[in-house]
Design a protein around this ligand. Structure first.
Ligand code: SAH
Length: 402
């Protein structure tokens, strides 16, 4: 199916609602729309205009989504056609290949496209060796999936492109998508990737997220520096990203804890792939596990807390903050003097300031001096657009406790 690039409708904004779109925010919510001229089908190209009819931007419409129009160009002369999207993909590739100089070999793994951050709202593409995974978070981009599969294959020479769907997206966007091969060859059950000289097994079709947490690459390398000869707790380990880096950096003991059996099987596999014998994989709920270790008066030199997203909407922020506080409280109790606490948070609704406040307040309550050594985000293949800072989701705080 090819989707036309012809402009099929005109979306007029309410008076006083145009400013964010002149400022290049890419999401036009239904509440800002006054009226629509023409009868644009969902997924087609529309122009967004001020209430007096001035052109603001060109985008793709979906009447079933809270985000009625996603904007892609602020130039009236530009068509949202195949060439346009090819150029956007090429721009995204230039960042990863020419500027970041990420491993681009046959076992490379990195994020190729990160939605709004790469001015391709509604699409995320990850590369694992010869295969790509694509996630669509908008109906209009999903409707162009064949074109994107072709373009990505052409630009990257990959063996296959696999579609992964995010839970809940069907309801948010009114699109029915199923995991499955988009084009080329199906990926094998295990693709082994190289990251900073370490090997990781990735299951593209069944693994969490799109198979691996690529965003933590730099944070893992930074934390590994503190791990030589140390006792390390990697809580919420998934496939052992932090733990494998720690062990490879010479940690004395590493405990990777997760509640998921497939994750723990990957921890064992990754320990084996890197010839690391000091990693123990433990199945447990982290909250129970931390309580039990505190009760047993155990101590670690490095405690890594990398939980899943706790805050999915504004209403769940207070509960999420209580969850983070509890983790930090118990994590601090387990830290030996001079210990390093790594606190990550991937809830976009929780800001770095909020996270710092939880960590600071908890350390104060515990009368424990804590120095922040770094406050970082994800690796640079997960950039943030200055006009859509909602994309800044991952934070990582590293502190040293007295
Ligand atoms: N640190 C990992 C990514 C962690 S993702 C990395 O670097 O790759 C979050 C992980 O937390 C998932 O593997 C999920 O299975 C696990 N998880 C979620 N809730 C949990 C809980 N209450 N107890 C233990 N593990 C949990």
């Amino acid at each position: 199916m090819t989707v036309s690039s012809a402009v099929s409708g005109q979306v007029f904004l309410k008076p006083k609602r145009a400013q964010p779109f002149y400022a290049r925010h890419p999401w036009v919510f239904a509440g800002a729309v006054d009226r629509i001229e023409g009868e644009p089908a969902d997924g087609t190209v529309v122009d967004v205009r001020s209430h007096v009819g001035n052109f603001i931007a060109r985008g793709l419409i979906n009447s079933q989504s809270k985000i009625q129009v996603r904007l892609y160009s602020w130039d009236e002369k530009v068509e949202l056609d195949r060439e346009f999207f090819r150029a956007r993909l090429q721009r995204a590739l230039r960042l990863r290949h020419d500027m970041l100089k990420l491993n681009n070999g046959p076992d490379a793994a990195y994020r190729i496209v990160f939605s709004e951050a790469d001015t391709l709202s509604g699409m995320v593409v990850d590369r694992y060796g010869g295969w790509l995974t694509v996630q669509f978070t908008s109906l209009a981009m999903a409707a162009r999936r064949e074109m994107f599969g072709e373009l990505l294959t052409e630009l990257l020479g990959c063996k296959g492109v696999y579609l992964r769907t995010e839970k809940g997206i069907g309801k948010l966007e009114g699109v029915t998508l199923q995991d499955g091969l988009l084009c080329g060859e199906a990926p094998p059950p295990e693709v082994v990737i190289h990251e900073n000289g370490l090997r990781f097994a990735v299951n593209l079709t069944e693994g969490q997220k799109t198979g691996y947490y690529l965003d933590q690459r730099d944070n893992r390398a930074a934390v590994a520096k503190f791990c030589r000869g140390k006792r390390v707790l990697d809580a919420f380990s998934y496939s052992g990203g932090f733990g494998v880096y720690a062990a490879a950096a010479g940690a004395a003991e590493v405990e990777c804890v997760d509640a998921s059996d497939p994750a723990l099987a990957l921890v064992a596999r990754n320990a084996e792939l890197n010839n690391l014998s000091q990693i123990v994989a433990v199945k447990s709920d982290i909250f129970h596990y931390l309580d039990a270790q505190v009760a047993a008066k155990r101590q670690f030199d490095v405690v890594i807390l990398d939980p899943p997203k706790f805050a999915r909407d504004r209403a769940s922020i207070p509960q999420a903050m209580r969850g983070y506080r509890q983790l930090v409280q118990q994590g601090l109790k387990l830290l030996a003097p001079d210990g390093v606490l790594v606190k990550c948070c991937c809830s976009g609704l929780i800001t770095m300031d909020m996270l710092e406040e939880v960590v600071a307040q908890t350390a104060l309550d515990d009368k424990r001096d804590l120095q922040l050594l770094s406050r970082t985000g994800p690796a640079a293949d997960h950039p943030v657009s200055v006009t859509c800072r909602e994309g800044a989701y991952l934070k990582c705080l590293v502190g040293r406790a007295a």
